[in-house]
Write a protein that binds this ligand. Structure first.
Ligand SMILES: Cc1cc2nc3c(=O)[nH]c(=O)nc-3n(C[C@H](O)[C@H](O)[C@H](O)COP(=O)(O)OP(=O)(O)OC[C@H]3O[C@@H](n4cnc5c(N)ncnc54)[C@H](O)[C@@H]3O)c2cc1C
Ligand code: FES
Length: 268
């Protein structure tokens, strides 16, 4: 099993990105060196009564400077408290956790499909794909322009196409519409591999499209987690079982959060 650490990390920066999104930079040398793209960290939220640590995808790392970044959105009590941390504060963090994206030697091109905060794990993945000289296209959709995050960083590492529901940036429509259009205009080649993260209904549609085009792919699931280490069974993901009538489950915190698209059932 890959090494994981409990680190008292120092808050280096907290940048508001608009639309209640924040980029948090932590000094976490052990985690930054051990992490692979698609893994996550569990953050103990300070000055807040929430019991469980909160999980966040690793957005990017700088191994030279020992930094780990996460991109988060204020949803409830934990993330609201996290948005109030100050430079120099200490946050206790466990990581890197879970199984990240696998970049097999057969992958020659990457197609990334991200919806909303589902963009979070992809700057780190793009760094790894770049190191492996794998060209990447990113299709990224949000509701409106202010919700876009890390676009400059994405553009440094990939060809990026944007869409918004209200048409305020990129094409108007959903990222699923954008994916269908992209595949119509660029018929998939056999060594193309798809990576996706976003709202569950979006990923279910991406899974259907991948099957239609016989595309291999991986999805990062953000199921609600409590314990984060396989004890509470709160993060069960139904697996596709070869035997009809048999239902077995993966645990997103231990077996995921990244799964091969063809191995899981994505429920709306
Ligand atoms: C592996 C993994 C990676 C994640 N990565 C990121 C990330 O990079 N950036 C980010 O902003 N968030 C991410 N999340 C979601 C994040 O953990 C939750 O938003 C956070 O725990 C909410 O905490 P809270 O105390 O603010 O909200 P709570 O008070 O716990 O909940 C507020 C509301 O949000 C809902 N909620 C809580 N957790 C989730 C969830 N996982 N998915 C959907 N709805 C949820 C609750 O049902 C409730 O309605 C990730 C989750 C997982 C499991
Ligand atoms: S979160 Fe408890 S088993 Fe996965």
């Amino acid at each position: 099993m890959a090494e994981k650490f409990i680190e008292n990390t120092r808050v280096v920066d907290l940048q508001p990105l608009g639309a209640a999104n924040f980029l948090l930079t932590l000094e976490a040398p052990l985690i930054s060196r051990a992490a692979t793209a698609g893994q996550f960290i569990q953050v103990a939220v300070p000055r807040c009564s929430v019991l469980w640590r909160r999980p966040f995808s690793i957005n990017d790392v700088s191994t030279e400077n020992g930094l780990v970044e996460i991109l988060f959105q204020i949803l409830g009590r934990g993330t609201r408290a996290l948005a109030e941390v100050k430079r120099g504060d200490t946050l206790n963090v466990i990581g890197p956790l879970g199984n990240g994206f696998r970049v097999e030697s057969t992958v020659r091109r990457a197609l990334i499909v991200a919806g909303g905060l589902g963009i979070a794990p992809f700057p780190f993945l793009l760094k790894r794909l770049g190191e492996a000289s794998i060209p990447s296209v990113v299709l990224y959709g949000v509701g409106r322009r202010e919700q876009l995050c890390c676009v400059d960083r994405l553009r440094e590492r990939a060809e990026v196409y944007l869409c918004t529901l209200d048409g305020s940036a990129g094409e108007q429509g959903t990222v699923v519409d954008l994916l269908e259009k992209h595949l119509r205009e660029n018929p998939p080649i056999p060594d193309l591999h798809l990576f996706t993260c976003g709202p569950t209904p979006m990923m279910r549609k991406v899974q259907t499209i991948a099957e239609k085009h016989q595309l291999s792919g991986q999805a990062s699931l953000e199921t609600v987690m409590a314990c984060g280490f396989g004890a509470c069974v709160g993060c069960a993901v139904p697996m596709r079982h070869p035997q009809p009538g048999v239902q077995e489950y993966y645990l997103a915190c231990k077996d995921g959060p990244v799964f091969n698209l063809e191995e899981i059932i994505i429920h709306d």
